[in-house]
Design a protein around this ligand. Sequence first.
Ligand code: CP
Length: 317
Amino acid sequence: MKHLIDPTDLSLEEIDEILTLAEDIIADPAAYSEVAKGKKLATLFYEPSTRTRLSFEAAMIDLGGSVIGFSSAQNSSASKGESVADTARIVEKYADIIAMRHPKEGAPLVAAMNVNIPVINAGDGGHLHPTQTLTDLLTIREEAGRLNHLTIGFCGDLKFGRTVHSLIKQLSRYSGIHFVLISPQELRVPDYIKDEILVKNHAEFEEVEDMETVLGKLDILYMTRVQRERFFNEADYIRLKDTYILTEEKLKLALKDLKILHPLPRVNEIAVEVDKDPRALYFKQAEYGKFVRMALMMKLLGLKKPETAPEGETTAC
Ligand code: CP
């Protein structure tokens, strides 16, 4: 049984296969419109989501399958005290694959340990978000043309941002990546990411507080919002929330072919005026998310693209 709990659950070869399949789906979506006929996805979301849940659901529908699930803990029997393990055991009876988001780190792993269908981590607390990482990788590969030899700046809340942790974990497996970690002191990348991932993988990295001084050397700028829901007190959130605001004025310092990514939702950290800049790719990035989730679910469910009839051959009536 293959689950996706941590981005490194997939080998680099498997990631390459998923990205290549996503590219094929983008090129010919009609060819995939029935591959998951009869399959059901259960979206178990204990935390709010727009992109992840809806792109998972759209992905399964576009593969010809169907969707069941809940969008908040309040709408499920978790509100009566049911455990994640018991919920997963029940959902296994109704669905073929689970996508789970949960505020507690490790909850999707607990689900995976209790079922015999694939479980996908759709974000667990401040820990990891592996399908956002696949989305980011597809965006970078499509838009920058490569997944190695890049200087990538992560800016904002690097302490609580699970998308940042996941993408650093994944990109540190590719060669020639230089990480520029831009954050206030209080929101720096956790030590475990530095020690167990960056240092262990001999990745080049630097930590800075000022965005403007490093903008000019970045191939990719990965902006993030300050994660209000993970702060212990509101005063700290208010003090830190507008530390970085990317504007057109600041972008004059950046490379002409910079790629600006953001997992979204955006709050204030990218001025709306930046949206029309051709370097702003965050809405396109969200679109890539649906295709990469289609490819991922096909892989985890062992689904194949139907063979096309050789040219000249007709189907019997
Ligand atoms: N990027 C992302 O996870 O967005 P949602 O919280 O809307 O799913």
